[in-house]
Design a protein around this ligand. Structure first.
Ligand SMILES: [Zn+2]
Length: 268
């Protein structure tokens, strides 16, 4: 399969890539993953992601933001720091930001405040938002509804919901990021039913590496570490569910990501 893909969610700054990050990037390129959007999730990883993207301008871009788990760390200096990072051309989106009530590592009020603040930054810098939501759909959709008109765009990253959540997100004109969750025949059932209903011009692909190693990957890496080079596996799973060819999925998702993140066309 000779396809060209964009991984819109890769946590390349994660410690598990410290020893072999260059090899991970090279393996991804060999597998046809020609570009990655490196996720920032707090102050440190947003700075690291921007530095990585600056060092690999043709292959990597990054996001800058604060994950809801870290919402308590959000303060005025951090807000200013994110605003500065987002002036850089290779920092292409605000996030990941949103709400996560699954474990409430930060109190819900702090999560909502940090989310709103980051939506305001996104409106100021006119860059799209990279959104995280878990067990918080109602509050999340309500807040987004208030801000949607001022946003350049938004992607529901690692979408795992079913048809009704999908309809809510499409009504908010969000893009939908699909991970290897789609390969999980047990936990991924709702998502697998929703995937054929994602409009072709709203679908994007991501590994969320090193998390979410596709369950049915063969051979299954002993480390259980997910890598961007496994994105073609996700593209094939999505294509199968949609009754499309992997090439069609690669083409539409790459086009969507290029437009959504305003990426310069790849020379590859
Ligand atoms: Zn996330």
């Amino acid at each position: 399969m000779n396809i060209s893909l964009i991984d819109i969610g890769s946590n390349l700054t994660h410690d598990s890539f410290a020893a072999d990050r260059d090899a991970v990037i090279a393996r991804a390129l060999e597998a046809g993953v020609r570009r990655q959007i490196v996720t920032g999730a707090d102050s440190t990883s947003s700075i690291q992601a921007a530095a990585l993207a600056a060092a690999h301008p043709l292959i990597l871009s990054s996001t800058a933001g604060v994950h809801p788990h870290h919402a308590q760390s959000f303060d005025a200096p951090l807000r200013a720091q994110l605003g500065n990072l987002l002036q850089l051309p290779h920092v292409v989106a605000v996030g990941e930001c949103g709400l996560d009530y699954f474990r409430n590592f930060s109190p819900p009020e702090a999560q909502r405040a940090a989310f709103v603040a980051q939506l305001e930054i996104a409106a100021e810098v006119r860059k799209p938002v990279f959104l995280h939501q878990r067990d918080a759909h109602g509050d999340f959709a309500a807040i987004l509804r208030d801000y949607r008109a001022s946003l350049a765009g938004g992607v529901a990253h690692c979408f795992t919901g079913g048809r009704s959540e999908l309809e809510d997100y499409l009504a908010l004109d969000l893009h939908i990021g699909v991970t290897g969750w789609v390969s999980d025949e047990r936990r991924g059932q709702l998502l697998r039913e929703a995937v054929p209903h994602i409009p072709a011009d709203r679908l994007m692909l991501e590994t969320d590496a090193p998390y979410l190693l596709p369950r049915d990957l063969v051979p299954h890496p002993k480390s259980r570490r997910n890598e961007p080079c496994f994105l073609p596996h996700i593209a094939r799973a999505v294509a199968h569910l949609r009754g499309e060819t992997p090439e069609t999925v690669a083409e539409s998702t790459s086009r969507n990501a290029t437009r959504f993140f305003a990426l310069s066309p790849s020379p590859v």
